[in-house]
Design a protein around this ligand. Structure first.
Ligand code: ZN
Length: 246
């Protein structure tokens, strides 16, 4: 059970009262539980031009490390997905990231970002490599990453630059990556709980199957799914196929 401001808001399996978990969503699409949003639903129209809502996350601007693995071959496709290593977030998510950074800093910790905004084209690339809705959001539904509303990250010791042991790597799609898994070393469990505490205290929601994934509460319907062109981020190779079948 999870409590927020002393109030029970749901369980990992049942979800909060306002947003029941839909297992069919799967992947980083499904919200589980987290702090309740105080922000009313905001209607958005699909953007046809560069999004004014996305903010570039730079190490200098946000005091974070960027290790954008989808711009390298070190990802589940074995090839770079992004032509340009860049991190963008919706301004609402960027504000929560800054909050998490501020919470981590006095503890001697930094956040290391593996992925942030993910153009819709990239979601299709990932889905083609791993069409498993437990780990990858179906691109027909859109990932919160493609809204600029999700971030994948870990904790790093600020003094040494060494990542904290989280028990599994990023995008390790085994049950050992689930929150609450106790098959990993106690130290790794402690580190995951630390990341979970920092991120949820900063206002992020978490996803039970991926210790590295955090997202805004209830992003669907509040934020549009953006293609690379719509976002104006120029992250995708020129040859990327835009949103086939969407
Ligand atoms: Zn994610």
């Amino acid at each position: 059970m999870v409590f927020f401001n002393g109030r029970h808001v749901g369980t990992v399996d049942a979800g909060g009262p306002s947003t029941p978990t839909d297992p069919s969503l799967g992947g980083d699409a499904a919200r589980v539980v987290g702090p309740l949003s105080h922000r009313p639903a905001t209607p958005f129209s699909p953007f046809t031009g560069p999004s004014p809502m996305l903010i570039e996350i730079t190490p200098e601007g946000y005091d974070v490390d960027l290790d954008l693995l989808y711009a390298t071959p070190d990802n589940i496709t074995g090839r770079p997905i992004y032509a340009r290593a860049a991190g963008y977030l919706h301004m609402d998510a960027a504000a929560l990231l800054a909050h998490a950074v501020a919470l981590a800093r006095p503890l001697g910790l930094r956040l290391r970002v593996f992925d942030a905004f993910r153009p819709a084209e990239a979601q299709w690339t990932l889905w083609a490599a791993c069409p498993d809705p437990d780990f990858i959001a179906d691109p027909r539904r859109g990932s919160p990453h493609s809204m600029g509303a999700a971030v994948d990250l870990t904790l790093v010791d600020a003094a040494s630059g060494t990542p904290l042991d989280m028990g599994t790597g990023f995008d390790d799609m085994r049950h050992e990556s689930h929150h609450g898994n106790q098959d990993i070393a106690p130290e790794a469990q402690r580190n995951r709980h630390l990341l979970l505490g920092i991120m949820t205290a900063a206002g992020w929601d978490f996803y039970r199957n991926e210790w590295w994934h955090y997202q805004l509460v209830q992003p669907r319907g509040r934020y549009p799914v953006l293609s690379d062109a719509a976002a104006g981020t120029r992250m995708m190779p020129e040859t990327a196929v835009p949103e086939a079948g969407a």
